[in-house]
Design a protein around this ligand. Structure first.
Ligand code: FE2
Ligand code: FE2
Length: 174
């Protein structure tokens, strides 16, 4: 099923919060963003687990680093759930549709896009007009997402290189 079809299905089921949270309509603007971020984290956790399996099958030595990224996303999801519960909201189990492709390079491209989306979302959440000690958590999440973006970007660059240049690059990167 295509991502577009999946979203249409959710809309038909009346789960509009999954598609377009009514951010402006909420009293606390952070709540809708927390829900959206939580869905996004759940989505990338599944996506990255599947991509790691495919990468290992392709002989990539990404296990340690990618498992670290997955652990970071789990940490984010747990604490976003905690923040929602503290606000009297029941944390969602909705999952932003994960994406995959048969090509590992294409998988990395969507992983990179997912990280860009997370960076934009946490930047937006940090810019909202509210005071809370939770801002330091969100800032920490943002730092992690920027780091993930760099890692996926480096792997993608490496995969785009011709084989000879790739060997040289690996030597330089240690
Ligand atoms: Fe995350
Ligand atoms: Fe991330």
């Amino acid at each position: 099923m295509k991502r577009r079809d999946f979203l249409a299905l959710l809309a038909a089921a009346g789960l509009e919060i999954v598609l377009t949270p009514k951010i402006e309509a909420r009293e606390d603007p952070l709540i809708a963003h927390l829900e959206l971020a939580l869905q996004h984290e759940f989505g990338v956790i599944l996506q990255y687990i599947q991509h790691l399996g495919k990468a290992l099958a392709a002989g990539k030595d990404w296990e340690e680093v990618l498992e670290g990224i997955i652990r970071d996303e789990v940490f984010h999801a747990v604490h976003l759930s905690e923040m929602l519960k503290r606000r009297g909201q029941e944390p969602t189990l909705a999952v932003w549709p994960p994406q995959t492709f048969s090509s590992l390079k294409r998988c990395l491209q969507v992983d990179l896009e997912a990280e860009q989306g997370a960076i934009s979302l946490y930047q937006k959440m940090l810019s909202l007009p509210y005071q809370s000690r939770e801002k330091k958590w969100l800032a920490r999440f943002l730092t992690a997402e920027k780091h993930h973006y760099q890692i996926f970007g480096t792997w993608l660059e490496e995969m785009r290189m011709p084989r000879v240049k790739r060997t040289l690059w690996r030597g330089l990167m240690g």
